[in-house]
Design a protein around this ligand. Structure first.
Ligand code: ADP
Length: 301
């Protein structure tokens, strides 16, 4: 098969591994920096041009769209879809997953366990917002943050109020969330491909840090999920319409609660922690499913 990896940086671990895994299986792999492509939006002959040449005869694409490049990146993915090329995650599922609030609304509608969450922009009623999630301590998040940046733990009511006021002054969208203290600075990353959890790890933040992000110095280890955790991860990926997803859960004392569903989950942490050939599993999924490029996305929100 001829498979394109849409990635701005061919030296990234995930991009390299996907390329290697595809080549090992005898596929023709090509890395395409999607920002450098342009598109021909016509009904007669839609196309994508890169370095002066049309990108033709691809059987499938693997989108690895950076969070800050969602708009243009998903437009390129959509253009491939319009041309009948299979994408292992559909453009609309990627766009959907990039909006944290939209994700939480969809997951809540599906009845998936979530920390109690409030959302605001310019409310004057900060007390009410704080009460909605049960008071301090609580977690406050900037909607646009990634890799744990813009996620603040406010231990006291006063601290919560000051941070919310500061964020409000920045004209930001603010998510306020019940603090799941019993998670102990750890979360679970469940790597879902085609309706199966193929690998799972526990990430533990450095001492004194409530955020478990590996980018913040957290450590990862392989873990066995409970049946409930596995079922929650699968339901979440399905609710978001993602075939390939990194689903993050916290262990709360009322069962697993969902943090986030990531549409371009990194491979380095999970492959190193578990020893599983996750890149190879992505390629296997494509081989099985690429023949049918029609959208299966019928999610309403
Ligand atoms: P990002 O998308 O920037 O990584 P997250 O919302 O995933 O932000 O938060 C980063 C980390 O902070 C999580 O992986 C988790 O370890 C911790 N965290 C976030 N929200 C909560 C919460 N409500 N209770 C406890 N820990 C949390």
């Amino acid at each position: 098969m001829k498979i394109a990896i849409l990635s701005q940086d061919g030296s990234l671990y995930s991009t390299r591994r996907l390329r290697e895994a595809g080549e090992e299986q005898g596929h023709q792999m090509r890395i395409i920096p999607y920002l450098r492509c342009y598109m021909n939006i016509t009904s007669s002959r839609p196309g994508i041009i890169f370095n002066g040449n049309p990108l033709e005869n691809f059987d499938a694409i693997i989108p690895r769209i950076g969070a800050s490049r969602t708009f243009y990146g998903t437009a390129v993915v959509r253009q491939f879809e319009v041309m009948g090329v299979f994408s292992c995650n559909e453009s609309q599922a990627i766009s959907r997953s990039r909006d944290k609030l939209r994700c939480l609304q969809i997951l809540a509608k599906e009845g998936i366990g979530l920390p109690i969450t409030g959302f605001a922009h310019a409310t004057q009623d900060i007390d009410g917002l704080i009460e909605t999630v049960g008071g301090a301590p609580l977690v406050i998040k900037l909607l646009e943050g990634t890799q744990g940046i813009g996620v603040v733990l406010a231990e006291t009511y006063q601290a919560a109020k000051s941070v919310i006021e500061a964020f409000r002054g920045l004209d930001a969208n603010i998510l306020v969330q019940e603090y799941i203290k019993e998670a102990g600075g750890a979360d679970l990353r469940c790597f879902v491909i085609g309706g199966k959890v193929i690998a799972a790890m526990k990430r533990q933040g450095v001492k004194g840090e409530f955020r478990s992000n590996l980018h913040r110095g957290g450590k990862a280890e392989k873990i066995q999920l409970s049946e409930e955790e596995e079922a929650t991860a699968l339901r979440a990926a399905k609710a978001m319409g993602l075939n390939v997803a990194g689903v993050d859960l916290l262990r709360s004392n009322h069962g697993p609660v969902l943090m986030e569903v990531n549409s371009s989950p990194g491979l380095e942490g999970i492959e190193k922690a578990t020893g599983i050939d996750v890149a190879g599993e992505v390629i296997n999924y494509i081989v099985k499913n690429a023949a049918n490029a029609d959208t299966k996305d019928n999610i309403k929100y």
